[in-house]
Structures are given as structure tokens and as C-alpha cells.
Design a protein around this ligand. Sequence first.
Ligand code: DLL
Length: 438
Amino acid sequence: MKKYFQPEIETMPVEEIKKLQSERLVKQVAYVYANNKYYKKLMDEKGVKPEDIQGIEDLHKLPFLTKNDLREAYPYGLLSRPLKDCVRIQSTSGTTGRRVVAFYTQHDIDLWEECCARALVAAGGTDEDVVQVCYGYGLFTGGPGLNGGSHKLGSLTLPMSSGNTERQIQFMRDLNATILCCTPSYAAYIGEKLHEMGFTPDDINLKAGIFGAEPWTEEMRRDIEQKLGIKAYDIYGLTEISGPGVSFECEEQTGMHINEDHFIAEIIDPETGEVLPEGSEGELVFTSITKEAFPLLRYRTRDLCVLSRKQCSCGRTHIKMCKPKGRSDDMLIIRGVNVFPSQIETVLLKEGYTPNYQILVDRINNEDTFEINVELSQEQYAKLQDDDLAFDKAEKKLVGAMVGMLGIRPRIHLLAPHSVVRSEGKAVRVVDKRKLHD
Ligand code: DLL
């Protein structure tokens, strides 16, 4: 069985990867400076010339790009190729402000799909697999990216898109799907539906899942693995940098290998912009060194993460990133305390609750309110329904566990099964009403 999609690249000695990155960076900076007025202006303002960049050690001299730059340059300002050379656009799922529109030449699409094919092979995929893609298709990069990767690998591709969960399960069974690609929250929902329809993992042929596009915890991984009887792999990416496949997990399941022949990763201090040494937690920054149409240099993702060059047992040499904790702007500050939704998910699953929850934050009389709606499973509900004492006890125990993790006290509402809306794409875990009052 194929262990790597492109072994000569994926297992390249680290020194050679760095040399390749340096060569590509020098060329890319010269190309962008010559072809992109917006970034040229930023470089000129910072007093940096293309000749100042002789290799990756000079990367820190370049100016950052932020989401604001993308909004300002919308739609064509960061395009580095004439529009007639582009063959596709994709766009972010962002709901606020202007959407980000990313452009691709055919070369860009090919590279992106290769990255996704690498992810499929790392999850054990071959041309004999049946890959069910239930990420959204259309402007969102999830569906098109994994679809393209599956084609490159020669797997049979089921371009399902998201939604109509019973039909998903029917196709999964009738066509013997072996690899499932969707968001982790949708995978959990598919697992739940499978059991509701009276099936067990033995009634399906899935062996692996490739789940990403939103933060998810190790507890959630175990929950999905058990519900679907598979190995669940993480995949990361963002529209601005291409889409899924910027990095992906291998059999070790201890972080995602970044496709370093295409992207240079840095970790910076989000406050000062200073580059931090390997192993530090900070904001992930990407420089795209092979793209033609929309090559962003030093793009600040706002994702909080740690990088590691620790040798991996799979044989891949590309640097690994940990599971992102979430975007720096996903972090809630409640009564002055930093709270990540992922911390809440960890506690819930550890305490034996379902991954169906929603966090509600508001400000009433100048004070933050903090509530968590938690859905009970059928069995939990049946047990607690007629016993007020047991119900109160369960709520109190969960509040105690939350205080232990977060340092602040939420109000917990244990709800009947099916009270929390299921997600078919990226889950909406937080409703922060304070933003409406600002
Ligand atoms: O979510 C691309 C994608 C599609 C990745 C399918 C993986 C699978 P955007 O809609 O532009 O692109 O959102 C990008 O989603 O900056 C992260 O905050 C978050 N994200 C993506 N993958 C992960 C992951 C796609 N594996 C934003 N873990 C990123 C945590 C993730 N967060």
C-alpha cells in the first residue's frame, strides 16, 4: 500500500526542505513585488526590497498581511496574475464584513489537490477507496478540495456535499464508502443518526475519516471514532492560503504535517508580532511560496498553535502543528477570564455528555452572564427525567468540573435529547449577545 502520495517531497531531509523553501521564497518575493501593487506598497513602506530576502532567515523582514488587508484589497487588490489566467475562485464562510475571495490558476488548483491527496494517503487512502465527501461544495473550499484530492488519488469519489443525513447513511451503506470527509461536528451527527436508524459500526464499511474546518478536541475524536468505528484524522487549512490540506494528520495522530514545499509556517507573538522559537504557543502565520494567482506572504491566520519538528514515526519530515486551539478572536473573555470553547468541550465529553452543546454569553446590568446548554443522551435523560434530586446533582457536578477547568462558574442547563441544533458544516458553538449591545 502507498504510504505517501509524493514520498520524495514528504520525506525530504529537513535541511533540503529549508533549502527548497529559501529558493522558492526568494523567487516568490520578487514575483509578488513585481506583480502586486498592494504588497509592493507594504514592502516599500517598511523599506524592504526583494534583494533583502535571500532565504528563509530573512522572512521576518517582510510585512504581515492581515484579514483587514484582504478586506481593503477586495476583490482584486491582492491578485498577482491577470484575471484571464485564473480558472476558479473560492470564498470564506465568514458572516461578518466582506468575504475573502481567493483566486486560483490551474497550477494553483493542481497543487492544492495534491496537498489533499497527501492527506488522504496519510489516512490510509488508495485508489481502491470510496471517499464520501460531505463538506459543503460551492464557494467553501472543503468540498472542492477533498473532491480534487480524491480524484488525484484515483479513489471513487462521492460528491455528497452536506445535509440530508439519512441519505448520506444510505449511500455510505449502499456504496460501501471507506473514507468520510466532513466537519467533526457533522461526523458526530452522522454517528448519532446511524445509531438512531438502528445501525452499528458493523453495518458500514468506513475505516477512516478526515475531519477539519473547525476546532475539535481529543475527546471529540474518541467519541467519533467509537460511534463510527473508524480512525479519525485532523485536516487544517484556510481559504486565504488555498483551503483544506495546508496540513494534515498521519497515523501517529499527534499533530498535522504542514506541506512545507508550498507553505512556510511561523509562530508569532500576537501582541508584538515578534517571531517565537519552535515549541512556543502563538499565532500561526503562513507564507505561500508556490501559488501564482493569490500568493499571500506572511498572512496572519489568528489561529493559536504550536509547531514541532520532533521526528515523526510515519517518516514524514515536514514540521507539525498542534490542533489549533481556535482563533484568537474565538476566545471569549467572560468576567475578565479567557475561555476557549474547546475547554468546555473537553469537560463535557470527559464527564460523559454528548458533544451537542451551546455556550450563551450576555451582559446584563454590566455583568457578564455565562450559560451552557448541554444536551442529554436518551439514556441519561431517561435516568434523570423523574428524579429532581439526581438532576440537580448532575448539574452541580458539571458546574464543579467547569469551574475546575475554567476558573469561573457557568450556569448549566441539562436539556432533553435533540434540543440543540445539529451542524452539517461548521458548528456554531457560541452565541455572544454582548456583541449586539456594543
Ligand atoms: O475551513 C478550510 C478547510 C476545509 C479546512 C475543510 C479543513 C477541512 P475557512 O472557511 O477559510 O477554510 O476557515 C479557516 O477554520 O483559520 C481555522 O480557524 C479553522 N480551521 C480549519 N481547519 C481546522 C482544524 C476552511 N483542523 C479557519 N482545526 C482556520 C481547527 C480549523 N480549526
